[in-house]
Write a protein that binds this ligand. Structure first.
Ligand SMILES: [Zn+2]
Length: 511
């Protein structure tokens, strides 16, 4: 943004603040209190609460797996247009065979994906297979249904990175959310290919393995990753009509990426992906962090957890500027032996240098949970909480969720979607579950929304001199000033936070 237009937007923001304001502090609290009272009045009326929360400014979604965020209906369209086949027994998209140069599905075991657009039963069955819709844990554990769905729609997702971006940005914008950190594989398959032909010598020789990968061409993963992002962002902008007279609101959503490492594979592959993630994050500022994904209770993630943390520790020491967020403690009683519970969060922090924790549902199983929570609060390590996901995958909901423990301990909490498409949810619904199941107040929700930018991996300084009390930095204490404009111009994080404050002023001003 040019300085002149930024000044203008500061002025507009200030006027939104000023509208409420002969004496800013009194009027601000009045509009905020009025908004809080309204939410209180509808908290037991789900449709009215939904309408309120849909409009409420929500800042960012910091834990959003891109393929899991897309709704099954889109995958079916792309499966049909890509002439994929459906394996009828497993309801999985597969590539067609080529017969005389034409794509063709097997006669007895497959149907063309396009059939789903003519056959409502197949259409419905595919949506159910690709998501948690109509899922019954009596038929199949939620965890299996959840994670199996990714394998079923994967063939339709891969070629549509740009379209997926457009879908999630559009949906975020409609719900007054303007920042996304999307978790995705961004190495173009290079890391695995190199890992598969580069022998592992010793767990103690991570430096040697990294060097052998670099010598074998790991840099190519960065080239491919950047090209993937360029292409997908161009497609997304085109789909959203950005830069035209009728842009989609999704054009205003800032998108950054988190490089995902699939952790359920052999150590060569896990290390190669992690090393590739660090390289890409250093080379391209659109990629703001790395994260480890895939179910934490599976064999390899449990068995190799400490080795995985040591891999990150080594790469972090080489490149400390790369941000780290980790799925850790996404576990519950019965999934793994009880003595294995509670251990991953402290290890993610101490050895894996995690700046944020994904889910953290098993925190209270740690032997010294109170001190762990205190440490997280002190170090400002945010926990990314997704109610629908924890319910669907782990069966944890309501009072069983440690959400309140985190809040009481002063650990920064952000509400995220995780996989809104698979869960058939959206960010508004996750906020709604916080109100309905956790008894969250408007003031708490507002803090959560602000924290979703405060603990984002956007570069630059925060808008807050004190993020606990939400006290503005001195440059912006007098709101519409040239000094504030310069500060916002220089600090991307503060700029997005400023936008959120403008949105709150507007939202609360209308209540
Ligand atoms: Zn996740």
């Amino acid at each position: 943004m040019k300085l002149a237009s930024l000044l203008l937007s500061v002025a507009i923001g200030a006027s939104a603040f000023a509208q409420n304001a002969k004496s800013p502090s009194v009027s601000k609290s009045t509009t905020e209190q009025r908004t809080a009272s309204y939410m209180q009045s509808v908290r037991n009326q789900p449709p009215a609460l939904r309408e309120f929360l849909y409009r409420m400014p929500k800042g960012g979604d910091l834990h959003n797996h891109l393929t899991g965020a897309v709704y099954a209906e889109s995958f079916i369209q792309w499966g049909a247009s890509g002439r994929l086949c459906v394996n009828i027994a497993t309801l999985t998209f597969v590539a067609p065979k080529q017969i005389a140069g034409e794509p063709a599905c097997e006669d007895k075991t497959q149907r063309p994906a396009a059939d789903a657009l003519r056959d409502p039963a197949l259409y419905a069955a595919l949506i159910d297979a690709f998501s948690m819709r109509n899922h019954s844990p009596a038929r199949k554990p939620g965890e299996y249904q959840f994670f199996d769905s990714f394998l079923k729609f994967d063939a339709a997702a891969k070629p549509h990175f740009g379209e997926m971006l457009a879908e999630v940005a559009h949906r975020a914008a409609l719900q007054n959310e303007h920042y996304l950190e999307l978790i995705y594989s961004l190495d173009g398959g290079v890391a695995w290919a190199l890992a598969d032909k580069t022998p592992w010598h010793s767990d103690a020789d991570l430096a040697g393995y990294r060097q052998r990968l670099l010598d074998a061409g790991l840099g190519e993963a960065t080239v491919k990753g950047r090209a993937m992002l360029d292409e997908a962002e161009a497609i997304s902008r085109q789909q959203l009509k950005c830069g035209t007279p009728t842009p989609d609101p999704g054009c205003d959503v800032q998108v950054r990426y988190i490089f995902q490492v699939l952790r359920a594979f052999n150590k060569e592959r896990v290390f190669a992906q992690t090393a590739a993630g660090f390289e890409l994050a250093k080379a391209d500022k659109r990629v703001v962090a790395i994260n480890f994904v895939q179910p934490e209770d599976w064999l390899v993630p449990m068995r190799d957890y400490d080795l995985h943390m040591r891999m990150i520790d080594y790469l972090h020491k080489e490149s400390p500027q790369v941000n780290i967020t980790l799925h850790a403690g996404e576990l519950t009683l019965g999934q793994v032996p009880p003595e294995e519970l509670g251990l991953h969060i402290p290890r993610a922090i101490d050895t894996g240098h995690a700046q944020r924790i994904g889910h953290g549902t098993d925190v209270m199983y740690y032997a010294d949970a109170d001190n762990l929570l205190k440490e997280m609060a002190k170090k400002r390590i945010a926990v990314e909480i997704s109610f629908s996901s924890s319910d669907g995958i782990l069966g944890i909901r309501g009072a069983q969720h440690p959400f309140r423990r985190y809040m009481q301990a002063g650990v920064p909490v952000v509400i995220a979607t995780d996989d809104e498409g698979v869960a058939r949810s959206d960010i508004t619904h996750e906020y709604q579950r916080a109100v309905e199941e956790q008894g969250v107040s408007y003031a708490e929700l507002k803090r959560i929304s602000r924290d979703s930018l405060e603990y984002s991996f956007l570069p630059g300084q925060s808008l807050w001199a004190d993020a606990l009390k939400f006290k503005f930095v001195s440059a912006c204490a007098k709101k519409a000033s040239a000094g504030c404009s310069e500060f916002l111009q220089a600090n991307e994080k503060a700029r997005e936070q400023w936008k959120l404050e403008q949105r709150f002023a507007e939202f609360e001003g209308k209540q």
